[in-house]
Design a protein around this ligand. Structure first.
Ligand code: GLU
Length: 534
């Protein structure tokens, strides 16, 4: 049986298995679940440090693709390069993915029926499989020494030619190989590259033709230390783990023809490949793994929510239906909007300012849903306890009622358009909400014609006379202004005095608002305390 599919407006004849790939790639005009096996994708990081934003994007797009197809998302740790290993990096990766809500179905920690999920525990599997390639002569042992390879490299460089292995060991006779082995010479195993004449279909970039045999020498599959290279282990694992789609950064696109040749050498059906555009810094420079503040862990430590980070990373580069770039989406909404066919091919720049914007939108959104608001309240309470516990001053001890659900919700509703992160509420700008300011420094205020203590005294009387149910910013503002008039003081001067008295701040939100959020009782307590110091 054959089918026709539409590929970039062209009608193409395909076999049923190829049709499955077209369907799962989103580019097809057909849709039939029964024709296809379950979608299985993987995120395959090397545990060399923190998870950077490029890695997070790859993990997320794999997850979104899997979940939008009711498929499985697998975490596989590619730790065969022992020289680059960082202790505990693998565990941390899984923890941070869980925080980001990108929860694997199978992984080193969770397990699964395709394990082990760390390549360092699969060495025997690779050594079994390399024997098959040696046996069918798709691969060969290479005894070239480090010294020879260095000389070759230097010679090619001197002549201005492409540096590549000259495939010298490709046709060693059986007796020579036996002889070298008897001498105990170290060897690596290389793949015999074949010419590639047909492009492969990148589900994002379209047809890609890259005849690597023209550009490089035969690549190493197993190193002299017996460890497989990334290319070999990656292909063997993708095959054994029944990966149907490989979604990874475009920097790996050059490796795909090599991988396809390995599949061919084994006689295996390859998965589909989709490459994701490069992410750059806002200024167009390359994202570096060393940029500490762009690690997911550091964004988390800075107080950004997982949802904000996910929106930040998916807001560029495409991949979604009807996305409003000024709205924040939950991971489930991202799943339902995801469309692989909508991923852009040109590189995309991070929009750093969006991170705060999304975080604010997320706070606002949470406040609209009671269960999410409760989590937000709990988070804020935790932050406050932690922050005030560390503070040694008794003046700043937090009172129980300042931490009640009701009070925290009130503060959150008041601040939701002002703050970008919950932790902003702990900054000097807002800490007056929680605790009596430690330094009132009245001497720094503009001098007044009247005694500040007298002015404050009158402010206290005036504020006290505002009925509880009318204790709002307008009424408070008006009553303080009136006190100023009575003393012949300019409004900004009296406002500065009251602001300092209740918050210790030189600048801040309008004074009426500050007192309103403190509430009548606390405002009066603060004003009285300040007067006692004057
Ligand atoms: N281990 C590779 C990495 O560190 C995986 C690339 C791939 O997904 O094939 O990114």
């Amino acid at each position: 049986m054959t089918f026709y599919v539409l590929w970039r407006n062209a009608k193409i004849l395909v076999s049923p298995s190829k049709l499955c790939r077209q369907i799962t790639s989103n580019r097809s005009i057909f849709s039939s679940k029964n024709l296809c096996s379950e979608v299985r994708v993987r995120f395959a990081p090397s545990p060399t440090g923190f998870l950077h934003l490029g890695g997070l994007r790859t993990a997320l797009y794999n997850y979104l693709f899997a979940k939008s197809r009711k498929g499985k998302f697998i975490l596989r740790i590619e730790d065969t390069d022992q020289t680059r290993l960082v202790p505990e990096a693998a565990e941390k990766l899984e923890t941070v993915l869980n925080w980001a809500k990108i929860v694997p179905d199978e992984s080193p920690l969770i397990g699964g029926s395709y394990g082990p999920y760390a390549q360092s525990q699969r060495k025997e599997i690779y050594s079994d499989y390399i024997k098959k390639l040696l046996h069918n002569r798709a691969a060969y042992k290479c005894f070239c020494s480090e010294t020879r390879l260095n000389l070759l490299r230097r010679d090619l460089q001197r002549r201005g030619e492409t540096v590549r292995y000259d495939n010298r060991c490709q046709n060693l006779s059986a007796s020579k190989i036996e002889n070298f082995e008897r001498q105990g010479l170290p060897y690596c195993i290389r793949l015999k590259l074949e010419d590639i004449t047909e492009p492969f279909e990148d589900l994002v970039y379209g047809p890609i033709l890259n005849n690597i045999a023209e550009l490089e020498g035969d690549p190493v599959l197993v190193k002299t230390d017996g460890y497989p290279t990334y290319h070999f282990a990656n292909v063997v694992d993708d095959h054994l783990m029944e990966i149907t789609h490989v979604l990874r950064g475009v920097e790996w696109q050059v490796s795909t023809p090599k991988h396809l040749l390995i599949y061919k050498a084994f006689g295996w059906d390859p998965p589909n490949f989709a490459h994701l555009p490069l992410i750059k810094n806002s200024d167009g420079t390359k994202l570096s793994k060393r940029q500490g503040d762009l690690h997911v862990e550091s964004l988390k430590a800075k107080g950004y929510s997982a949802t904000a980070v996910l929106n930040f990373i998916t807001n560029i580069g495409g991949g979604f239906e009807n996305r409003d770039h000024n709205a924040v989406y939950s991971i489930d909404e991202l799943i339902s909007k995801f469309n692989l066919g909508r991923i852009n091919t040109n590189s995309c720049k991070l929009e750093i300012e969006k991170l705060s914007q999304f975080n604010q939108l997320q706070i606002q959104r949470c406040l609209e849903v009671p269960s999410d608001a409760s989590s937000l309240i709990a988070e804020l309470r935790q932050l406050l306890k932690h922050s005030f516990q560390d503070s040694s001053s008794s003046a700043s001890t937090l009172q129980e009622k300042a931490l009640s659900d009701e009070r925290l919700l009130e503060v959150l509703l008041w601040s939701k358009d002002r703050i970008f992160k919950l932790s902003d509420l702990l900054s000097p700008e807002y800490s007056y909400i929680w605790a009596v300011p430690q330094d009132l420094s009245f001497h720094l205020l503009p001098s007044m014609s009247s005694a500040p203590a007298d002015v404050l005294h009158t402010v206290i009387d005036s504020v006290a006379s505002i009925p509880e149910n009318k204790f709002d910013k307008d009424n408070i503002g008006k009553s303080i202004k009136d006190v100023g008039k009575r003393f012949g003081l300019k409004t900004p001067v009296v406002m500065a005095l009251v602001r300092r008295a209740v918050s210790g701040l030189k600048q801040g939100p309008p004074v009426g608002e500050m007192l309103a959020i403190l509430g009548k009782e606390t405002s009066l307590d603060r004003l009285k305390y300040a007067r006692s110091l004057l």
